[in-house]
Design a protein around this ligand. Structure first.
Ligand code: R5P
Length: 275
């Protein structure tokens, strides 16, 4: 068995290879002048692990090119499974994007492993999916610290409850109302954050809109400081600049999307599911 690195997850891929004790396959990628992508895999092995977060459409194209290039069996490790938020037909005629992604991956891979897929609904598109929870790792990274964990909405409440259990701290959630794609309003809920160090915990920080609105609300409620922690630091649209500018003191994330904020590695919990 060997492990194939991809441009979206080079460090996490290398860490996983070290955890499971396999070598890295020789792989090369290039982009042609017209923008088309190319992939080549030189391997003598008959079993492979591919580690490829889907943080852009290019990542999805590359993954499919690899599926064609690889000879033999494949375990697909997709640490951040993008396109999972479009998990249903919200408006008549819409593509269910996660279904398309699931079909392409499962057609080729014997097993699919991801971290905190966005929703239970998204899971329904897969037959071979192993979904690993990184919330205990996020919680443990705050163990012994005097913090309160807040979910920015009810949807993430169960995740935050898990993180708080491992951090051994109090937790709560805020109510959220989405106005449009980029605007989110938070209505107050009865939480006592006055004078407290608050950590907003979520699965994904994408534009940062959700965390920024929650941050404003928490400062209005008297929080001493606000930080944020997430599994997938997508951080699109200059989100980190916006987060810090809104008063967020720190961004903590896992390495499902490799960022400077990826202070927690999911390599071990993924490696445990491969073999
Ligand atoms: C929502 O259901 C998710 O849990 C996140 O709160 C959301 O995806 C974050 O997106 P953004 O950073 O763009 O507000």
């Amino acid at each position: 068995m060997d492990l194939i690195l991809t441009p979206s997850s080079p460090l996490l891929g290398k860490r996983i290879a070290e955890e499971i004790g396999v070598k890295l396959s020789a792989v090369s990628f290039k982009r042609f002048p017209d923008g088309e992508l190319y992939a080549r895999v030189e391997s003598q092995e008959s079993e492979h692990v591919v580690v490829c977060s889907l943080n852009s459409s290019d990542d999805f194209v590359l993954l499919n090119l690899l599926f064609d290039a690889i000879k033999g069996d494949v375990v697909a490790v997709i640490p951040y499974l993008g396109y999972a938020r479009q998990d249903r037909e919200f408006l008549r005629g819409e593509a269910v994007s996660v279904r398309v992604v699931a079909k392409a991956i499962e057609e080729r891979a014997e097993k699919v492993i991801t971290v905190n897929i966005h929703s239970e609904k998204a899971k329904e598109s897969f037959k071979k999916l192993v979904d690993v929870d990184a919330m205990p790792l996020i919680g443990k990274s705050y163990e012994g610290e005097d913090v309160i964990m807040i979910s920015p909405d009810k949807g993430s409440a169960e995740r935050v409850k898990t993180a708080a259990r491992f951090a051994n701290c109090e937790w709560d959630w805020l109510e959220k109302r989405r106005i449009d794609e980029k605007t989110v309003e938070i209505s107050p809920k009865k939480i006592d954050v006055e004078g407290k160090r608050v950590v907003i915990v979520d699965d994904i920080i994408s534009t940062g809109g959700t965390v920024i609105e929650a941050t404003k609300k928490l400062y209005e409620l008297g929080a001493k400081s606000v930080e944020c922690a997430c599994v997938h630091a997508v951080l699109a649209d200059f989100a980190a600049v916006k987060l810090f500018s809104s008063g967020v003191r720190e961004i903590v994330a896992t390495d499902t999307v490799e960022r400077i904020y990826s202070k927690i590695s999911v390599s071990k919990i993924l490696a445990e599911k491969i073999i």
